[in-house]
Design a protein around this ligand. Structure first.
Ligand code: PGA
Length: 264
């Protein structure tokens, strides 16, 4: 069974002290809640304080980007070793905002993913089509290309990746993909993952949905067979709504276990 993973992508929100305060609130909301992997991804300058704030909890710390080189003349970039030194365990790679505004390509996504895996970080690799691409029937070709190029040649590390399907038209717009639309894309992603990996690897990879996931649509989305979690933007900036989404994942997970025959 794939453990659900709910991650908050805080984007360019929260100062270091605000980040620490929000984590304190999330900790309080999630007291005693188990069964879902929970991650928060504050801005880079807040990571040190955030690391102190998650200490002693099950909340994992993630960054929003990582460079592929170990060090050197790359103004404004941050290496995997620098992130690890702060206690970071996860990193978002290839978010559509980075693709759209900062020149991120499938090739740079691939290099960042390789570097993250080599350093022992868990990459949350984002893929997804724009509205124009969906409306012109290109969703499948765009998403499969992002997967094939961004996640090529990962070898045994393949099982350590997490993929986030984020249709660009659903991000920050309040317009969520329907559970059926999301499931269709997730199934396509899993088929593509199977084509570029060996054995049963693709069935172990978690695929998160992202794009206006909120407490009131989380259960429906998270109950789809190929949706293994969420990458949450706006709703991750309030402890109550973020925790409600985590709890939606927990309740489904528990239900699933209860329904399974003993020993299976
Ligand atoms: P949203 O953002 O939940 O605000 O739509 C999701 C994301 O961009 O990761």
């Amino acid at each position: 069974m794939r453990t659900k993973i709910i991650a908050g992508n805080w984007k360019m929100n929260k100062t270091a002290s605000e980040a620490a305060a929000l984590i304190e609130e999330i900790r309080a909301e999630l007291e005693g809640v188990i069964g879902v992997e929970v991650v928060v991804c504050p801005p880079a300058v807040a990571l040190k304080d955030a690391a102190a704030a998650v200490k002693g909890s099950a909340i994992g710390l993630g960054a929003q980007n990582v460079h592929w080189d170990e060090s050197g003349a790359f103004t404004g970039e941050i290496s995997a070793a620098m992130l690890k030194d702060l206690g970071v365990k996860y990193v978002i790679i290839g978010h559509s905002e980075r693709r759209q505004y900062f020149g991120e390509t499938n090739e740079t996504v691939h290099k960042r993913t390789k570097a993250a895996l080599a350093a022992g970080l868990t990459p949350l690799v984002c893929v997804g089509e724009t509205l124009e691409e969906r409306d012109s029937g290109q969703m499948e070709s765009v998403v499969t290309k992002q997967i094939r190029e961004g996640l090529a040649d990962l070898g045994d590390d393949f099982t350590r990746i997490v993929v986030a399907y984020e249709p660009v038209w659903a991000i920050g717009t309040g317009r969520t993909a329907t559970p059926a639309q999301a499931q269709e894309a997730h199934a396509l992603i899993r088929r593509t993952l199977a084509e570029i990996s060996s054995g049963d690897m693709a069935n172990t990879v978690r695929i998160q949905y992202g794009g206006s996931m909120k407490p009131d649509n989380a259960v429906e989305l998270l109950s789809q067979p190929d949706i293994d979690g969420g990458l949450i933007g706006g709703a991750a900036l309030q402890a109550a709504s973020f925790a409600a989404i985590v709890k939606a994942g927990v309740s489904l997970d528990a239900g699933f276990r209860v329904q399974r025959p003993a020993g299976s």
